[in-house]
Design a protein around this ligand. Structure first.
Ligand SMILES: O=C(O)c1ccc[n+]([C@@H]2O[C@H](COP(=O)([O-])O)[C@@H](O)[C@H]2O)c1
Ligand SMILES: Cc1cc2nc[nH]c2cc1C
Length: 348
């Protein structure tokens, strides 16, 4: 099975000028100076349009964390060993990871997808096995994945989302070496220089960062022919990013709200956007990561992050942290009194 961009079903625009006007009128009638809730009002407008209603309610929010390993990790592009990926999968499931704690705090159902980590975890609640292989190939030597593997991972992401309840999907990932994949995807799809797209990831020092940049420059040259979004995704990996691409496409088609975490989760949206531009209308950027490529990537997608807290963890941690803002945006629309209902005088 291979996949062409033409095989991706179109994602319709959510634009509905009449609904937008009703949402704006509803916000303007609330007991506050016009526009005084600032970006929370923009968020409410967006959520209302994504869910197609003046009084949106978020229900059964799903945190989807996709995990996989990367052959390129053997080239010293990460500060941590690849074994951390499968070890963290177990940590997510046993409840001790940052995303586990934050998901619990905010009532987000956590699903971890093993898209191809080095060591599988025994079946258990919350774990979905969609393993393509035990890690991608070393992208310095070969495409990280074949076109077939890439298509399968995208199909897996679609299928996993199809089986989830709720109308909001929060995206996270785990994969030692995957900040390299994200940087490579950004460089190839945006035309930006690889140095500007590459950061310290899990915490490389200056010398190791310089080596990472040199390796990634070489990987780009090796795959100079991988120009289309799907070719680039296959060339640079990884299985978790491709699975997230499928998840984003499916969520957008089902008109779910999609909440992005950091640089790597957002790189999946960069690919999905290249295949179906309207997906971005459904996306909220939870935060801007400390990874320098993230600011570039979000600007390219036209997304303004809600938080800026120098997070660089991934896992979906930033998406979970931003979740209460989305709930508040909905509450403003549904629960706040209007000037009329509260008997408060409007503008002079
Ligand atoms: O979300 C981010 O912006 C982010 C930035 C840097 C690192 N990470 C996480 O760290 C891992 C990738 O970093 P690295 O150095 O192994 O490429 C992967 O597990 C990500 O979840 C995540
Ligand atoms: C410990 C650890 C936890 C992570 N969570 C997401 N990426 C990570 C990378 C490391 C190294």
């Amino acid at each position: 099975m291979t996949l062409q961009a033409a095989d991706i079903p179109p994602v319709p625009s959510i634009e509905d000028p009449a609904l937008r006007q009703r949402l704006q009128a509803r916000l303007d009638a609330k007991t506050k100076p016009l526009g005084a809730l600032g970006r929370l009002e923009q968020l409410a407008l967006q959520i209302g349009q994504v869910l197609g209603t003046e009084a949106p309610q978020l229900h059964a929010p799903q945190m989807l964390v996709c995990a996989a390993d990367h052959g390129l990790a053997a080239r010293g592009v990460s500060a941590y060993p690849a074994d951390v990926t499968w070890q963290m999968v177990r940590n997510f499931l046993s409840g001790g990871a940052a995303v586990s704690v934050l998901a619990r705090q905010h009532g987000l159902a956590l699903t971890v997808v093993d898209c191809g980590v080095l060591q599988p975890t025994p079946p258990q609640p919350g774990l979905v096995q969609r393993r393509i292989a035990a890690g991608t190939a070393d992208a310095l030597q070969a495409p990280a994945m074949s076109a077939q593997q890439c298509a399968q991972a995208i199909a897996n992401g679609r299928e996993v989302v199809r089986g989830l309840p709720g109308n909001a999907l929060l995206l996270g990932e785990m994969g030692i070496g995957n900040s390299s994949s994200a940087a490579l995807l950004l460089a190839r799809l945006s035309g930006q220089d690889i140095d500007a797209c590459t950061g310290a990831g899990t915490g490389l020092d200056a010398q190791a960062l310089a080596r990472k940049r040199a390796v990634l420059r070489e990987v780009l040259a090796v795959h100079a022919q991988a120009r289309t979004p799907l070719q680039a995704l296959a060339a640079f990996g990884g299985f978790e990013i491709a699975t997230l691409v499928g998840a984003v496409l499916q969520a957008a088609q089902e008109r779910r709200l999609v909440v992005l975490d950091g640089f790597i989760a957002s790189s999946a949206v960069l690919v999905a956007h290249a295949l179906a531009p309207q997906v971005v209308q459904r996306c909220v950027a939870a935060h801007q990561s400390a990874e320098p490529g993230h600011a570039l990537l979000l600007r390219l997608l036209g997304l303004q992050p809600l938080l800026q807290m120098d997070l660089r963890l991934g896992e979906g941690s930033g998406a979970a942290l931003a979740w209460p803002l989305l709930e508040s945006a909905c509450r403003i629309l549904s629960d706040m009194a209007s000037f009329e209902s509260a008997g408060v005088s409007g503008p002079a």
